[in-house]
Design a protein around this ligand. Structure first.
Ligand code: SDX
Length: 432
């Protein structure tokens, strides 16, 4: 796509005129290719936080922040959330098309038959303190997979890339579930190949050897939908981390572990945990104005967790689906009067009528309602981000795969605006 420039951008710098090609995608903003800017002008671009920078060409996920639109390979997220299921969405993200029945059966069989971890890895888990945050364990275990699966670390081999892909998608639920079990002092539960992906995860989290664990179809459907809503999201911080790590040729497990580490931050995937803690801190609707005031106070670092987004400036389509799911799941579980859900709904209503949030275009994002559902399902807040990481593993791998299959891909190496000391000579300590 980016070899067919129909238009150019003209730039005048200190009396010199320069032209740079403009490329158009299928939908969304055009881009100006400034790859030759430094060579032609001796200047770098400057865009901290990458608010106006496209880092790559991709055909996986499209977001329209103004329309509140999210497409996975062209299919709207609300259609996939209601009509598809996570492993079918995973196939779509990885290979670009919805699978035939035969392709889907084969893909699901390959994932299902690789859910077990190398048994030596169970000892790896036991090296952590019991009170370690599950994200620390998940990050470590994913990176440690490069110490156990040496036969799928050569990224130049398409077959090894495919094997690593299936292994990570298949084993991430086991890693996340075992991190949870380890943190609560319960024995690991092995995967059960007779269960679907979401049900298998719930079973590994909540079943114990002493009693049967009946899988509630409401919960497994809600879990599967949460996975779909979190699967991919264009070039967000953790996906960009995975791409940058992959650009050096690092092995797939190390690159995905880097994505897990980045996702952990409260400004990114850690927001779901922070949001539920915030809702609980608010406690009752009458305290909402106090927290709204704090969120608006420039001298207070407090931010309304689960609100705002770099791209969405009207609404996050995932938040809409998640809110509907929260109503459905809590209603079916008979806890529709959940106080935290009531506070969340009142907080959303008040914030969306407040001029500060309207002017800054701050709306609930994917993390605002997800924690309420996960809490109702029985997960502690510390498990919210690991579940986000479980789902986003499919998106990270899809983007990693796309980048490695791009013949134009090269190592990522940004430059800087240097404002430090100019050249100076060393001074002996006795002369300082
Ligand atoms: C995810 O990128 C992705 O796609 C991420 C994600 C994905 O699927 O991968 O969608 C997942 O990370 C969702 C976001 C989860 N994070 C939170 O809910 C944390 C709270 N939100 C913010 O910290 C913030 O909104 C960000 C990080 C999400 C976006 O930050 P930006 O785009 O850099 O915006 P900003 O920090 O420059 O804020 C713009 C203005 C600022 O005020 P001014 O300096 O202009 O006066 O809005 C204010 C901010 O102070 N603001 C908020 C706010 N978010 C932004 N004020 C109060 N509460 C908030 N939540």
């Amino acid at each position: 796509m980016t070899d067919q420039s129909q238009d150019t951008a003209k730039l005048s710098i200190r009396g010199e005129d320069y032209e740079f090609p403009i490329y158009s995608g299928t939908i969304g903003p055009d881009v100006v290719d400034i790859g030759k800017l430094y060579g032609k002008t001796g200047l770098f671009t400057y865009d901290p936080g990458y608010t106006s920078t496209g880092s790559c060409e991709s055909s996986i996920t499209y977001i329209d922040g103004e329309k509140g639109e999210l497409l996975y390979r062209g299919f709207p997220i609300d259609q996939l959330a209601s009509k598809s299921h996570f492993l079918e969405v995973a196939y779509l993200l990885l290979y670009g098309e919805l699978p035939t029945a035969e392709q889907l059966d084969d893909f699901e069989a390959r994932v299902t038959n690789h859910t077990m971890l190398h048994d030596q890895m169970s000892y790896f888990f036991r090296g952590f303190r019991r009170d370690a945050h599950p994200m620390a364990i998940v990050c470590g275990a994913m990176g440690a997979m490069s110490a156990f699966y040496h036969d799928s670390t050569d990224i130049s081999d398409a077959w090894q890339r495919e094997v690593a892909t299936i292994r990570m998608i298949a084993k991430m639920p086991t890693i996340v579930a075992w991190a949870y079990k380890y943190s609560i002092g319960q024995p690991f539960v092995y995967p059960n190949n007779s269960l679907d992906y979401a049900s298998n995860f719930l079973n590994m989290c909540f079943s114990v050897p002493t009693t049967d664990y009946p899988i509630d179809p409401i919960l497994s459907r809600a879990m599967d939908r949460i996975f779909t809503l979190h699967a991919d999201h264009e070039q967000n911080a953790s996906t960009s981390t995975v791409r940058l790590a992959s650009s050096s040729g690092a092995n797939p497990f190390a690159c995905i572990a880097a994505g897990v580490a980045c996702l952990w931050g409260p400004a990114h995937g850690g927001a779901n945990e922070a949001c539920l803690s915030m809702l609980r801190q608010i406690g009752t609707a009458d305290r909402i104005p106090e927290f709204i005031a704090r969120a608006k106070d420039k001298d207070d670092p407090f931010r309304l967790m689960g609100f705002g987004h770099r791209v969405y400036k009207n609404f996050d389509p995932r938040a809409k689906v998640m809110k509907e799911s929260a109503d459905e799941v809590l209603g079916l579980l008979g806890i529709e009067n959940n106080p935290t859900l009531q506070v969340a709904k009142e907080l959303e209503k008040i914030a969306l009528e407040d001029e500060y949030f309207v002017e800054k275009k701050l709306y609930p994002n994917v993390d605002f309602y997800s924690g309420i559902i996960l809490d109702a399902m029985g997960f502690p807040t510390s498990m919210f981000t690991p579940i986000f990481a479980l789902a986003r593993t499919v998106g990270w791998i899809s983007q990693w795969k796309e980048m490695l299959e791009d013949p134009k891909a090269r190592i990522g190496r940004p430059r800087q605006l240097y404002t430090g000391a100019t050249h100076r000579d060393y001074v002996e300590v006795e002369n300082r």
